[in-house]
Design a protein around this ligand. Structure first.
Ligand code: NAG
Ligand code: NAG
Length: 480
């Protein structure tokens, strides 16, 4: 029986990969000939895994397409699921900005021609896009903490600027907002009809893509988007660590983690060879090409169905992409094993987790402010939070990723509160380090809020392995 299920799963996976491979051909990204010898033999992944002999493989192109998060039909999600006697008390949403233009150019190539203006009748569509454009183009008054006021409210360049949010990015967050609205407002009545500005807590980094992503999500989420009820705070740190950013031990973990990354790269001769080939194509030293982080730009080509760049020396192609992406996946695997990133994450995520449980605690006391919190952030924000929570198996944050904390009250025992954690719509509560053996120890269907509090106040530091029991000690531990 088990064997049969597994076989069916593999079959489904094979079908999916076949579909991905077909759609890539459709996307004109698979090179017509792969004449290069050597390069492809070792890294080449079979498109159809052999269900008998091969375990499911991590396919670099499949992973990349998940990362793109190309808007399609509404997805299934597990947000807002709880036994009927539970009442939703507050919701805390961490998002990564939506699809953006690359942050770096591949040297000496033409950058991808992507239009960052918003056009309601151009793909990807969203029923609220037109109203969003019209609302945003009227301006905001003063709804933001300085220096956010100087940022544009929506993307608006015929050729995207570096790092600019695209129409895809806006649509991804309009969709997120609408999905959360259906669940939290329509179904669970999180906000009263006469809700006010106090009931929202909004915070963003100072990049236009995060502010605009946050606005798009709110536009999809709120029943009436009224600038008078919107106030975005500015967060200078990508870790959202506010007044608690100084943490020398965290930086030491990061340096060791970067050293690990560097050594792993050196060991990968195929990766070095690929960078060498690409450098030859674009005619710059390999070092310069590598420093330009070409995967970021290549992902943009892939997500937007724009063929990889060519020069008179040849073309960057899918095989190059696969080698670099495969290395990235391998790097994430080693990162989990070596745990240096975990140390960095526990310290890096503590301030924002501490702030979040503070907000939740106030809600358990019956306070009605800040019932919905939105943090509009980056991959380098979500990754440490995921890792610190023990969700190290979670995929790298895709464009418009969302990580949500839900706080629930048991109506039958009003003093008892529970949390749920959701990542991209998947309930991961019982994968977190603070609730993973809950079912073994307790018959309760939900994860107690105290578990999260205990974790943030104490167990996070125990997990670091030293004798520290609080943030300041852990950040200044001698002899680390
Ligand atoms: C991708 O681009 C090619 C032309 O470069 C076009 O023919 C094809 O329809 C595009 N695919 C999608 C899914 O937009
Ligand atoms: C944690 O939050 C409490 C308030 O809820 C605050 O007093 C304390 O300073 C915070 N600690 C850190 C390290 O951020």
């Amino acid at each position: 029986m088990l064997f049969r299920n597994r076989f069916l799963l593999l079959l489904a996976l094979a079908a999916l990969l076949a579909f991905v491979s077909l759609s890539l051909q459709f996307f004109h990204l698979i090179p017509v000939s792969t004449a290069k010898n050597g390069v492809s033999s070792k890294s080449r992944k079979r498109i159809m895994p052999d269900p008998v002999t091969e375990p499911p493989v991590t396919d670099p192109v499949y992973e990349a397409l998940l990362y793109c998060n190309i808007p399609s039909v509404a997805e299934r999600s597990m947000e807002g699921h709880a036994p009927h006697h539970f009442k939703l008390v507050s919701v805390h949403v961490f998002i990564r900005h939506g699809d953006r233009y690359p942050l770096y150019v591949i040297p000496k190539t033409k950058r991808p021609e992507i239009d960052c203006t918003l056009v309601a009748n151009r793909k990807p569509y969203h029923p609220k896009l037109e109203a969003f454009i019209s609302h945003m183009s009227k301006g905001s008054g003063a709804s933001f903490e300085s220096p956010l006021n100087s940022l544009p409210l929506y993307p608006n360049h015929p050729l995207c600027e570096m790092g600019e949010l695209t129409q895809t990015g806006v649509v991804q967050h309009l969709q997120n907002g609408q999905l959360l609205r259906d669940i939290y407002l329509k179904k669970h009545k999180l906000l009263p009809n006469d809700w006010s500005a106090d009931q929202l807590y909004l915070e963003t980094t100072g990049k236009s893509r995060t502010l605009q992503s946050g606005l798009a999500l709110l536009y999809g989420f709120l029943p009436d988007f009224d600038w008078k009820k919107i106030y975005f705070r500015h967060q200078p740190s990508a870790l959202f660590c506010s007044g608690s950013c100084y943490c020398p031990v965290r930086n030491q973990y990061l340096e060791k983690e970067q050293r690990r990354q560097y050594l792993l790269r050196l060991k990968n001769s195929q990766l070095e060879k690929t960078y060498g080939e690409m450098a030859k194509i674009v005619d710059v030293p390999t070092k310069q090409l590598r420093a330009a982080n070409p995967i970021d730009s290549m992902l943009c080509h892939l997500c937007h169905n724009v063929s990889f760049p060519c020069t008179r020396n040849g073309c960057v192609d899918m095989e190059h992409f696969k080698v670099i992406k495969t290395h990235q996946i391998e790097d994430e695997r080693e990162r989990r094993e070596k745990k240096l990133y975990l140390g960095y994450s526990l310290l890096g995520a503590h301030p924002i987790l501490n702030q979040t449980i503070g907000r939740m605690q106030r809600a358990t006391e019956g306070r009605k402010e800040e019932l919905f919190a939105l943090y509009s952030a980056h991959d380098v924000t979500l990754s440490p939070v995921l890792s610190a929570l023990g969700l190290s198996e979670a995929r790298f944050p895709r464009f418009a990723a969302r990580l949500i904390f839900e706080l629930w009250q048991d109506r039958e025992k009003p003093n008892e509160h529970s949390v749920r954690i959701l990542y991209n719509g998947v309930d991961v509560t019982f994968h977190t380090s603070f609730c993973q053996d809950h079912h073994k120890r307790s018959p309760k269907p939900m994860c107690p809020f105290e578990n999260l509090v205990r974790f943030v106040k104490r167990d996070m530091f125990v997990a670091l392995g030293g004798s520290s029991t609080n943030y300041d000690d852990a950040c200044h531990r001698e002899g680390f």
